[in-house]
Design a protein around this ligand. Structure first.
Ligand code: XUL
Length: 464
């Protein structure tokens, strides 16, 4: 048995998870706390009011209290380093105070930090309420593409700078009293440090405010990479961003006294959940990764950046001079589950229909977006087409059978991804590997459908 243990946290949409690995990367233990099991009236980890979507910041804090009370004390005492991954784009607003520095080991984190936030609900990646701020920024930059060339993406509602602009406009007093703004990833690591952790370059690329090419211009991963330092107050609240592998310091005394983590345990900068997946899978140029979770994402590792007005380029978490490409879909696992539930099916029954239905040529094409989509931007609704005798697509008026609905919906989800990834500049015919990861990758019928749609042939591997 090896002595050294490493602890990774994942603060995702629906839960906080801890995973211990040893120095051969073997998983030693894994525990999670679901946000809906805490007392904050969330559904699937969030609260939605129209197009505003957020999660109580104190709920995140309490999840750490609950999770750490369940973790194995021996493993905690052997932990050499801690880092975290977080749902991307979400933000946390810290009130000017010393409470983070002065965490008291006799208290829960929640009791220590109850007055520490100027905004009770952290806006999260599902929010789409900032259109006016997005439009303003694109206009100021001279259009979508110009903003994308600078920051890696055109303006997207969930990207953090627009959420900050909205908060500053709507709650100027609370904004004024905000000393620091963290991303959800850097917030998680701040709890371990007992101090503000830096935003890392990779998750920071999801803010529409970080200069993604500054590293190429001899700035060598140092200095301030915000695209505009003139809004000095915003930059001061964000701090100086750092490479994703920065060692930020050692754990605050709180963790040693309350949970027995060694005082020399290092705290490493956190990053977003998608950059974390790319790092964990060690994606290489030529690989295509589909991550199937609350959101579905398509990820690519890139040597150079060619931002488009749709899709995102982030700085690569493994090498700050390289990049990753990302397409994000809001209609992922929750939408698949809603279609399954519509027919009161188990996952096994749903999968059996997918497998048997696929062998028939249905000639149907369905686009089903019950949640306002991210790719393509803000599309919402359901469209069904059929190919007629002259190979034209015609809209379908009749009710679909259950089998037609399930098969055409799933095929539509992945046909769209293939189409978007080709438009993003990735040639699927030259793909070296197709990697399917995330919760839904356990579903063999789904993975086979994906393989069929991406025409995975012998030269490519599917890795589940
Ligand atoms: C990526 C995105 C989502 C979240 C989900 O841009 O918005 O994948 O990271 O946690």
């Amino acid at each position: 048995m090896t002595e050294d243990i490493y602890l990774g946290l994942d603060l995702s949409t629906q839960q906080l998870k801890a995973i211990f690995i040893d120095d051969t990367l073997k998983v030693i233990d894994c525990q999670a706390v679901r946000f809906d099991d805490l007392d904050y009236e969330t559904t699937d980890g969030y609260i939605q009011q129209g197009n505003e979507v957020g999660a109580p910041t104190l709920m995140f804090v309490e999840a750490f209290d609950v999770l750490f009370s369940k973790l194995n004390k021996d493993l905690l005492s052997r932990t050499k380093a801690i880092s975290a991954s977080g749902q991307q784009h979400g933000s946390v607003y810290w009130r000017e105070s010393d409470s983070l520095k002065n965490l008291d080991p006799s208290k829960t984190l929640k009791d220590s930090l109850v007055d520490s936030f100027t905004k009770a609900n952290s806006p999260i990646w599902m929010d789409s309420s900032t259109t006016e701020f997005c439009e303003k920024m694109e206009k100021a930059f001279g259009g979508k593409l110009a903003l994308a060339k600078a920051t890696g993406s055109s303006a997207y509602e969930r990207f953090t700078i627009h959420q900050i602009a909205k908060f500053a406009a709507q709650n100027p007093e609370d904004y004024k009293n905000t000393e620091r703004i963290s991303l959800i990833s850097s917030f998680a690591v701040s709890l371990f440090l007992g101090d503000y952790a830096p935003i890392d370059f990779s998750d920071g690329s999801g803010m529409n405010f970080l200069n993604i090419s500054a590293g190429q211009k001899n700035q060598k991963n140092s200095g301030n990479r915000w695209i505009d330092e003139k809004p000095a107050k915003i930059c001061a609240k964000l701090g100086v961003p750092k490479p994703s592998n920065t060692v930020c310091g050692t754990v605050h005394d709180y963790w040693t006294k309350r949970f027995g983590i060694g005082s020399s345990c290092q705290v490493v900068a956190a990053t977003g959940d998608n950059p974390s997946s790319l790092a964990g899978l060690r994606l290489r140029p030529g690989d295509l990764c589909l991550s199937l979770g609350t959101s579905d994402t398509v990820m690519l590792s890139l040597d150079s950046a060619d931002p488009q007005s749709q899709g995102h380029i982030f700085i690569n978490p493994l090498d700050s001079e390289k990049y990753m490409g990302l397409l994000c879909y809001k209609n992922g696992s929750l939408t698949r589950e809603a279609v399954k539930n519509k027919y009161s099916l188990s996952w096994d029954e749903f999968s059996a229909i997918l497998t048997s239905g696929k062998s028939r040529s249905l000639n149907l094409m369905q686009i089903n977006l019950p949640l306002a989509e991210i790719t393509p931007s803000n599309k919402l609704g359901r469209w069904i087409y059929e190919v007629d005798d002259s190979s034209e697509f015609v809209e379908v008026e009749r009710e679909l059978t259950m089998e037609e609905d399930i098969v055409s919906f799933i095929e539509g989800q992945f046909l769209a991804k293939r189409f978007h990834v080709e438009k993003f500049g990735f040639q699927t015919s030259k793909m070296s590997r197709l990697i399917v990861t995330g919760g839904a990758s356990k579903n063999k019928a789904l993975v086979q459908t994906i393989a069929d749609i991406f025409q995975v042939i012998k030269s490519a591997n599917i890795i589940e």
